[in-house]
Write a protein that binds this ligand. Structure first.
Ligand code: ADP
Ligand code: ADP
Ligand code: MG
Length: 456
């Protein structure tokens, strides 16, 4: 097992990883930016190293600073969390050169699966369906027009290196294609340093269902069942996730699990990863992408299965064999996660920053809160607005929804605005409660509101 792990991240995920390390008897090293000096992850770790000023580009995203912190403190491994370096093949290669173990797959796997066009090809080659689309990135507008005609509108322009919902543009007609191409390309270049985009047929009212994968260095690949993540905002960002997915049959579940394992094997996978699918109204599933890292919503899998995903991820990186097989996992009840963000629903979800004056978080039976925020902590504009994840577990979906409502009601956050009112409206809606929810439902919610507001 590792002696000392550096966590190249901040916020709730850094805290989550420190907790797993502590239970494994591993020493931890945190890196932090100047405004994060008193942040929980920096306080909790055995050692903490300042790596620069607030902006990500001057601290958390400076590879040499992070790698130097690892060397100075004698860390033998780096956990990347999600975002930042988690899917950065060049960073993983640098770790490999320095003899540091990157807790994740190899740089080669990240390169292969991080490019969505290549990932789609990998899936197709092992017989897993993908939405119709272009086999390669688009070179010019003429080619795009031709390909879009072939696929048939509506289509999506998608960044090949995309993530976090950025670099995706919906196109309904030929007239919109040129401008959409240009904005998607520039957004992709700015966000991912790679302006490649491709076209994908837009599936109508799909559900987002993803499969958690775990693989060790001994050739074992197992899945940990699925998560339903169809509650997404207009920017395709997930807001509420659950396990299991209440609307697929056991037959579809088994098929998706088997397909996810096939793709992971084809990618020579190591560690924790997620295979994302869209499921259409005929219950057909299509591979859309692989996330080669721990995912924000991993706790719903943990609560549903009673199995620590981050611990398993660290153990397999250290060379241990998988501690479970899919068949032996104990599926129990229903888990739901709600992402609480410091975004103001009344100001078009603009980030809400400043001192958190009050923080009373929910608790009690079946409630878990993954966070790094507390009263007296100042939220700066530099970082992701995710401030807490409220995860509940109950014997069935209905009871889990009641528990989530109770937990979100208990949450009192003063000084900054949050999206809790929106989360409550979603879980109170008939559509959510009946499970009649697709990736487009929340967008329709907003549209109806705009119309009503306009009429009033
Ligand atoms: P998840 O399914 O784990 O929620 P998301 O796509 O929502 O995944 O991304 C999780 C976090 O990682 C977000 O904060 C997002 O901004 C960030 N992220 C995702 N992909 C990338 C990427 N390719 N580059 C940089 N940050 C990313
Ligand atoms: P990201 O890397 O940003 O997470 P994804 O490819 O995973 O991008 O897509 C994010 C979301 O966009 C999906 O969960 C889904 O809601 C929507 N989406 C992506 N591709 C399609 C498609 N072909 N048809 C319909 N919706 C899609
Ligand atoms: Mg995705």
């Amino acid at each position: 097992m590792f002696k000392r792990v550096l966590i190249a991240n901040r916020g709730e995920i850094a805290v989550r990883v420190i907790r797993a390390c502590r239970e494994l008897g591993i020493e931890t090293v945190a890196v932090f930016s100047e405004p994060d000096r008193d942040a929980l992850h920096a306080r909790m770790a055995d050692q903490s190293v300042c790596i620069g000023p607030g902006p990500n580009g001057e601290s958390y995203l400076v590879d040499s600073n992070v790698l130097m912190a690892a060397q100075i403190t004698g860390a033998d491994a780096i956990h990347p969390g999600y975002g930042y370096f988690a899917e950065n093949a060049a960073f993983v290669e640098a770790c490999e050169h320095l003899g540091l173990i990157f807790i994740g797959p190899s740089s080669k796997t990240i390169e292969q699966m991080g490019e969505k066009v290549v990932a789609r090809r990998t899936a197709s080659e092992v017989g897993v369906p993908v939405p119709p689309g272009t086999p390669d990135p688009i070179s010019d507008e003429g080619e795009a027009t031709q390909e879009a005609e072939r696929l048939g509108y509506p289509i999506l322009v998608k960044a090949a290196a995309g993530g976090g919902g950025r670099g995706i543009r919906r196109v309904e007609t030929a007239a919109e294609l040129g401008p959409a191409l240009a904005t998607a390309q520039s957004e992709a270049l700015a966000s991912f340093g790679n302006g490649d985009v491709y076209l994908e047929k837009l599936l109508s009212q799909p559900r987002h269902v993803e499969v958690q994968i775990m693989a060790d260095r001994h050739g074992n690949v197992q899945h940990m069942f699925e998560r339903e993540c169809s509650v997404q905002n207009l920017r395709h960002q997930k807001l509420i996730e659950e396990a299991p997915c209440a609307t697929i049959s056991e037959r579809v579940r088994q098929k998706m699990g088997a397909d996810a394992v096939k793709i992971a094997k084809a990618a020579n996978y190591l560690g924790a990863g997620t295979i994302e699918f869209l499921v259409d109204r005929e219950s057909k599933h299509y591979f859309i992408e692989m996330n080669t890292r721990i995912q924000v919503e991993h706790p719903v899998t943990e609560e549903f299965l009673g199995h620590d995903v981050v611990r398993e991820q660290i153990c397999v990186a250290a060379g241990e064999k998988l501690s479970f097989t899919t068949e032996k996992l104990n599926r129990s009840g229903h888990a739901i996660e709600a992402r609480v963000t410091s975004e103001d629903p009344d100001r078009d979800f603009a980030p809400s920053c400043g001192m958190v004056t009050e923080w009373i978080q929910p608790g009690g039976f079946g409630v878990r809160v993954d966070t790094y925020v507390h009263a007296g902590y100042a939220l700066t504009p530099f970082y992701d607005p995710l401030i807490a994840k409220v995860i509940v577990h109950a014997e069935n979906r209905e009871k889990a929804i009641v528990r989530l409502r109770r937990a979100l009601d208990e949450f009192h956050i003063g000084g900054v605005k949050t999206n809790i009112p929106l989360l409550l409206r979603i879980i109170d809606s008939d559509d959510y409660q009946s499970g009649n929810w697709t990736t487009e439902t929340l967008g329709l919610f907003f549209m109806v509101e705009a119309v009503v507001a306009g009429a009033g």
